[in-house]
Ligand binder design. Structure first.
Ligand code: FUB
Length: 449
């Protein structure tokens, strides 16, 4: 995945350098950021807090790296800095680069490699970035959502713990939640407590240790959190009519991951009238769950304000441009048999995945492909096959309009096979890809031209 990537260092140079790089990035080639899960392929990311600022979604994740000699603790989380990513459509993501590193935190006496789950909120013209490290919670302030963030001289007094989550109420009162789970009011300056920390009562304990994410919708205060049950965390929520409670347990937002990732950590955000759950799994690191990857899926409320359970998908969110590489291995649905997914190159996982079709009439559905208004005339498939085979490309339904029948030759090297379209759709459609015979065809991506 190619992300637009921007790095910040010093203030004055930053703006001009940032603008220059952004312009260059916009000028060269189409955006190839993915809407699919995971959202970021070129680095490990976890604990995503998504916020909407000025019409863009900004995601503030933790940044997992692999511990190495002298750097962190092998076999454990290793995190030394934060990036922020932003998008105006949840399809194309810009990496704004490092916004804070552990060495910039004045009160951190040693490198802890424990820059864990952060949050960022906007108040009165300033962006407040909250981060846990070394058992304390710090704040850093910027006048842009992508920094540069200047850390405070001291951690927030009176707070010990991890995973800050901030709620700003309609009247401007701000509340800091953390750990498993305490809350305190913040002063107007957003970096000092205005009340004694209070442990929130009536939550499902034990198993509550981290990751609170509070938000308010239609007058209801939602406190959402990972809860360890049966050996891994699932996402749950409670509601209240006041930010500090009393809270009433309401249900499960997302079950434990089938991948075996022990942690899950999330945020919930409304963007352009749709609600989203951001969370993480270990897509790029199937054997080590301290190197995680952030994801997003749609989230829906019932009329009574309860939250419908979110079933994690590979497809994720956003609309995919038909003229870009459509990664059908990040599918919405597949036939019960005959489709598997594997890394394109197990030694370079950041190259992503391929779909392998092996049974007659095995199919893949990939939702929300935008064919635009121009009449696209042909389809290209990056494929390899030990047997050759025929692929049908349809839209709207598994037996919907046939766009192309593509003959794949037996060629175990990757090649791009092109075929003319018999129909030229416009607008957004679900895409269906079906293998017509019992052969083996691998597909990296599909695109229309
Ligand atoms: O990322 C490190 C820790 O793992 C976070 O602070 C927790 O929420 C869990 O995701």
């Amino acid at each position: 995945m190619l992300l637009k990537s921007v790095n910040y260092k010093s203030e004055k140079i930053q703006f001009s350098r940032y603008s220059f790089i952004l312009i260059i990035l916009y000028l060269i080639g189409p955006n190839r950021g993915f809407a699919q899960n995971p959202l970021i392929l070129d680095q490990f990311t976890a604990d995503p807090t998504a916020r909407v600022f000025d019409g863009r979604v900004y995601v503030y994740p933790s940044h997992d790296i692999l511990a190495s000699p002298g750097k962190g603790r092998p076999g454990w989380f290793c995190m030394e800095d934060y990036h922020v990513f932003s998008s105006e459509n949840l399809t194309d993501w810009t990496d704004h680069g490092v916004i804070l590193t552990q060495t910039e935190v004045p009160w951190l006496e040693r490198k802890t490699y424990s820059m864990w789950a952060p949050d960022c909120v906007y108040k009165d013209g300033q962006y407040y970035f909250y981060f846990p490290t070394g058992g304390r919670i710090g704040a850093a302030i910027a006048d842009k959502p992508y920094g540069p963030f200047k850390p405070e001289q001291q951690p927030i007094a009176g707070v010990r713990g991890i995973d800050p989550g901030v709620l700003i109420d309609k009247d401007g009162s701000a509340y800091l939640f953390w750990g498993g789970i305490s809350v305190a009011k913040l002063k107007d300056n957003m970096v000092e407590l205005d009340s004694q920390p209070q442990r929130i009562a009536n939550l499902p304990r034990p198993g509550l240790i981290e990751g609170p994410f509070p938000f308010k919708r239609n007058g209801i205060y939602y406190l959402t959190y990972p809860h360890e049950v049966n050996g891994a965390e699932r996402l749950e929520y409670s509601i209240a009519s006041s930010p500090t409670g009393p809270y009433e347990w309401k249900g499960v937002i997302m079950d434990q991951s089938v991948s075996g990732c022990w942690t899950n950590h999330h945020s919930i955000v409304e963007f352009k009238g749709q609600w989203y759950l951001f969370y993480h799994d270990r897509d790029l690191s199937p054997d080590f769950d301290k190197n995680r990857s952030i994801r997003a899926d749609y989230l829906y409320f019932n009329d009574d304000g309860t939250i419908q359970k979110v079933i994690p998908t590979l497809r994720g969110v956003g609309i995919t441009n038909a003229a870009g590489e459509i990664q059908i291995d990040r599918y919405s649905a597949v036939s019960p048999e005959g489709v598997t997914v594997a890394f394109v190159d197990p030694n370079q996982k950041q190259k992503g995945w391929k779909a392998i079709l092996t049974a007659q009439n095995a199919w893949i559905r990939y939702n929300k492909v935008d064919f635009g208004r121009e009449k696209l005339k042909s389809v290209s498939i990056k494929t390899s096959s030990s047997t050759g085979g025929v692929i049908d490309i349809r839209i709207d339904a598994v037996d919907g309009p046939l766009l192309a029948k593509v003959n794949i030759a037996d060629n175990t090297d990757w090649s791009v096979v092109n075929s003319n379209l018999s129909e030229n759709p416009s607008g957004a459609h679900d895409l269906f890809v079906m293998l017509k015979d019992t052969k083996t065809v691998e597909i990296d991506w599909i695109k229309f031209e």
